[in-house]
Write a protein that binds this ligand. Structure first.
Ligand code: CA
Ligand code: CA
Ligand code: CA
Length: 375
């Protein structure tokens, strides 16, 4: 089975990254069971950006013709906004592009969707990943990122097969509790190869976590704490998204729990900046290639499902992400998790950023472009 992937690329960015991006697609196709369709659209820096509703129709057409499994958005691709209706709970809505047989309504006409109608297939049909560098300096960030992917796929940049789990105040027993991540990560990497910080009465200290990340080259960094789009708060101190841009080593994949950690919505009238925490882990100096977080005040609670999918079915990150999204973005999940809430007005706001073509415990391969001879 070859997965059909749509790559939607920002016409304002594409010419500046074309060589390295083409190399990226080639290297992915050589290593993953995927094929790509490229679609170029006007991004947010254009005078005439494509409307999210129009882009969604393109995805729906591709899905019905090609059985598409995922979409990779490259550059400043327009996004739909969602208003959760409680407090300041709005932001970009990945599910708008993931649930292709459902419908979204803006019942009060304020430009933000607020009502989700589930289609005959209840959850998302496809996964969405945003390869979205900070808008300011995006050509530099994108080219550096594409050097990381190249060096990783060709075995120049090697991760240690280890994970690191850090939880602010033991965050609801998220090491070993019902939605805990440590047991499944131990299955993947071995009991001795999952480092933890913040367990029980232990607290998380920003300087210590920073050192831990700089001294290692983890595959997975799993983190639970309060956040906003520009700040990740530990029990003692925290990381600004600017600081994270300068992190060395770190982790290949970072999965964040905290509020707004992957929020790249710039409110009307503000300068688009887009350097949220998740973006910083992916487009900074570190070896990071993928990160996830939320678009508004919410937490990504079911991260262990991503690891289970990668453990049990050798799924690459994009497909593993869909496993979790298919669980939480359904009416039946909301009815069970939040019985007092209306499933039609409840979306989780999970957002995946970076490179969706990553395996756990992956042994990078030589450059397949060249002819190597082995004696
Ligand atoms: Ca609305
Ligand atoms: Ca659906
Ligand atoms: Ca500690």
């Amino acid at each position: 089975m070859i997965d059909h992937i749509i790559v939607v690329i920002d016409a304002q960015l594409y010419p500046w990254i074309k060589n390295k991006f083409t190399r990226y697609l080639t290297e992915v196709q050589e290593r993953f069971p995927v094929e790509f369709s490229l679609v170029t659209v006007n991004g947010l820096q254009s005078r005439n950006p494509i409307a999210p509703a129009e882009l969604r129709e393109i995805l729906q057409d591709e899905y019905s013709v090609n059985g598409t499994v995922g979409v990779l958005f490259v550059g400043q691709i327009p996004y739909a906004l969602w208003d959760q209706g409680v407090g300041n709970n709005s932001g970009q809505l990945s599910v708008f592009y993931e649930d292709l047989d459902g419908a979204f309504e803006d019942t009060n006409g304020d430009g933000l969707y607020d009502y989700h109608i589930f289609g005959s297939h209840e959850g998302p049909e496809i996964w969405v990943c945003w390869m979205r560098p900070p808008m300011f300096g995006q050509v530099f960030f994108m080219n550096r990122f594409l050097e990381k992917t190249h060096r990783y796929y060709t075995g120049e940049l090697v991760t240690t097969k280890k994970a690191f789990v850090a939880c602010h105040e033991d965050y609801d027993n998220n090491f070993y509790g019902p939605i805990g991540v440590v047991p499944v990560l131990q299955d993947i990497y071995g009991v001795m190869n999952v480092d933890t910080d913040g367990e029980g009465i232990d607290i998380t200290i920003a300087d210590e976590i920073w050192k831990q990340l700089r001294m290692n080259s983890y595959e997975v960094f799993d983190t639970w704490q309060h956040a906003n789009s520009k700040y990740q708060a530990w029990d003692d101190g925290g990381f600004s998204s600017f600081k994270v841009l300068g992190l060395s080593h770190g982790a290949l994949m970072t999965f964040l729990y905290g509020c707004h950690s992957a929020d790249f919505w710039s409110a009307p009238g503000t300068t688009p900046f887009n350097i949220n925490i998740a973006v910083s882990y992916v487009f900074g100096r570190s070896l990071g290639q993928a990160a996830s977080g939320t678009s508004w005040s919410y937490g990504t609670e079911y991260k262990y499902m991503i690891y289970e999918a990668m453990r049990d079915h050798q799924m690459y990150l994009g497909n593993a992400w869909l496993t979790m999204e298919s669980f939480v973005e359904t009416a039946s999940f909301v009815e069970q998790r939040y019985p007092e809430r209306d499933p039609h007005t409840e979306c989780a706001g999970n957002t995946l950023i970076g490179n969706p073509f990553l395996f756990v415990n992956y042994e990078a391969t030589r450059d397949l472009d060249k002819n190597y001879f082995f004696v």
